[in-house]
Design a protein around this ligand. Structure first.
Ligand SMILES: *[C@@H]1O[C@H](CO)[C@@H](O)[C@H](O)[C@H]1NC(C)=O
Length: 306
C-alpha cells in the first residue's frame, strides 16, 4: 500500500442496519419514529416550560433546559436519517456525511457530559453550601458553565476527528450499525490504526469513566450530607438527586462500555449505541416531567392548547 497516497477511494459507506427482513424494518420504522417524536416533544416541552415559567427561572432549571437542548441536538444528528433508512433497501451515507455524523455526535455528547458535571456542581453547592448558593451560582457562572460545555464538546470531537478524517479508506466500506459509529469506521481504514484506537479509548472511554466516577462520588457525598440534616426539604432533594444519578448512570454507562473497550465485541456495541442514541435523549423528559411536580409540563401543554 502506498503510504503517501492519503486519498480515500471510498466515497460512501454502506450501513447494514438492524435487520434484513422487510417486515421487521417496518416495525423498527414505527418504533423509532414514535420514540423520536417523543424525544422532540418532551425535550421541547422542558425548554419551553423553563423559558416561559417564571417559577422555573433558577440555575438548576436553566441547566436542565440546556441539557434538554443538547439532547434534542444529539438525537437529531443521526436519528432522522436512521428512520428514513428503515424504508430503504440500500442504506448508504456519503463519506463526508459519515464524518459529520461522528463529529456532531461527539460534539453534543461531549458537551452533554460537561453539562451533567455542571449540574452536579450546581447541586453540590445547593446542598453543601446553601447559604452561598445565590452568590456562587450567579448568571456569570451559568454562562461560564455553558461556554465550557460547548468548548469541551468541540475540543473533544475535534481531537478525534482530525485524525479520523485523514485516514485512508480503500477497502470494505460496510458499517455494521444504523449510523456511523467511530470505532466501527476506524476499523475500516486500510492502515494501522492502533494509535488512533488508543486515542479514542482515552479521549472517549477513559474520560467518561473518570467523569462518571467523580460524579457518582460527589452524589454520594451529597446524599450523606442530606441524611445528616433531616429537614422537610430533604426528601425533595433526595428525589432530585436520584433523578440526576439515574440520568448520569444511563448516560455514562453505555458510553463507557462502547468506548473504553471499543474494538472487540461488535454485537454488544451495536446494541448499546442504538440504546444510547434512542433511549438516553428520552430520559430527561421522562424522569423530570414524571417526578418533578414543580415542572408541571403537562399543565403547560394544556395551557398552550386552550
Ligand atoms: C441555557 O441557560 C442560559 C443561562 O442561564 C439561559 O439563559 C438559556 O435560556 C438556557 N437555554 C435554553 C435552551 O434553555
Amino acid at each position: 500500500m502506498d503510504i503517501l497516497n492519503k486519498n480515500s477511494t471510498v466515497s460512501e459507506f454502506i450501513l447494514l442496519g438492524l435487520s434484513s427482513s422487510q417486515e421487521i424494518q417496518i416495525i423498527f420504522f414505527g418504533i423509532f419514529f414514535l420514540v423520536y417524536a417523543a424525544i422532540v416533544v418532551g425535550n421541547l416541552l422542558i425548554v419551553i416550560s423553563v423559558l416561559v415559567d417564571n417559577h422555573l427561572h433558577s440555575p438548576m432549571y436553566f441547566l436542565l433546559a440546556n441539557l434538554s437542548f443538547f439532547d434534542l441536538c444529539l438525537s437529531s444528528v443521526a436519528t432522522p436519517k436512521v428512520i428514513a433508512d428503515f424504508l430503504r433497501k440500500q442504506k448508504s451515507i456519503s463519506f463526508w456525511g459519515c464524518m459529520a455524523q461522528m463529529f456532531f455526535m461527539h460534539f453534543f455528547g461531549g458537551g452533554e457530559m460537561s453539562l451533567l458535571i455542571a449540574m452536579g456542581i450546581d447541586r453540590y453547592v445547593a446542598i453543601c453550601k446553601p447559604l452561598h448558593y445565590k452568590i456562587i451560582m450567579n448568571h456569570r457562572m451559568l454562562i461560564l458553565f455553558l461556554l465550557l460545555s460547548w468548548t469541551t464538546g468541540f475540543v473533544h470531537t475535534t481531537s478525534q476527528m482530525v485524525f479520523t478524517v485523514g485516514l485512508p479508506f480503500c477497502g470494505p466500506n460496510v458499517v455494521d450499525s444504523i449510523f456511523c459509529d467511530l470505532p466501527l469506521v476506524i476499523k475500516l481504514a486500510c492502515t494501522e490504526t492502533y494509535i488512533l484506537e488508543l486515542l479514542v479509548i482515552a479521549d472517549s472511554g477513559l474520560l467518561s469513566l473518570i467523569c462518571f466516577v467523580l460524579l457518582l462520588m460527589s452524589y454520594i457525598i451529597m446524599l450523606v450530607t442530606i441524611w445528616h440534616h433531616s429537614s422537610s426539604a430533604s426528601s425533595k432533594a433526595v428525589s432530585t438527586l436520584s433523578a440526576h444519578i439515574t440520568v448520569v448512570t444511563l448516560f455514562f454507562g453505555p458510553a463507557i462500555f462502547i468506548y473504553a473497550f471499543p474494538f472487540n465485541s461488535y454485537s454488544v456495541d451495536k446494541f448499546l449505541s442504538v440504546f444510547y442514541s434512542i433511549i438516553t435523549p428520552l430520559l430527561n423528559p421522562i424522569i423530570y416531567t414524571l417526578r418533578n411536580q414543580e415542572m408541571k409540563a403537562m399543565h403547560l401543554l394544556c395551557t398552550l392548547l386552550y
